[in-house]
Design a protein. Sequence first.
Length: 223
Amino acid sequence: MSARDEILAGVRRSLGAAPGDDVRRAAVKARIASAPAGLRPARGQGDPGARVQRFMEEAQRVNATVERVASLKDVPQAAARYLRERNLAARLRVGDDARLSALAWGGTQIAMSTGASVGDDPNAISFAESGVAETGTLVFVSGAHNPTTLNFLPDNHIAVLRAADLEADYEAVWERLRARFGKGVLPRTVNFVTGPSRSADIEQKLLLGAHGPRSLHIIIVDA
């Protein structure tokens, strides 16, 4: 018997379950199939305007910066302004997301490069799949359109989030993902990002950029 089998056998014994307990197996399959929602905190609920306001407050609470623009066409200038005001290199790494590649980046001084990051990019921009108003969290799904490396390797990350894609809580996000990709079929990676990377492991001193970007700027698109 392997170590895994011994552990599972111990769990079964503590539960008083037999290895071939068909009733318990059926109960587990039914729960997985129904995907019941858990408890939903009130803090993220409300109309769309209230959710956006809550998201902004929570994101700023964890050291992210946030701005709102009227439409997607305003994103290039917003990104350029963010880089310029912080004296950051006018360079951006972007994935193959059609929504971003279709924008008028030529109207800015930003040098754009496409594809996954290998760790030498100062800045990156990617499109968030959704957001969680409850905690100011961004949700990214992996793929060539928005490579996961863009979320973690560059020093500065700019995230674009449509206000219409913002959900109240985590349960609603998982419902959205199941509806889009199909039940039981998800992207290779789903990342939940709350603010820039930070750690206080050493002498309880907060250090930004410990495990990823040291700054996170969120552009919320209203239309």
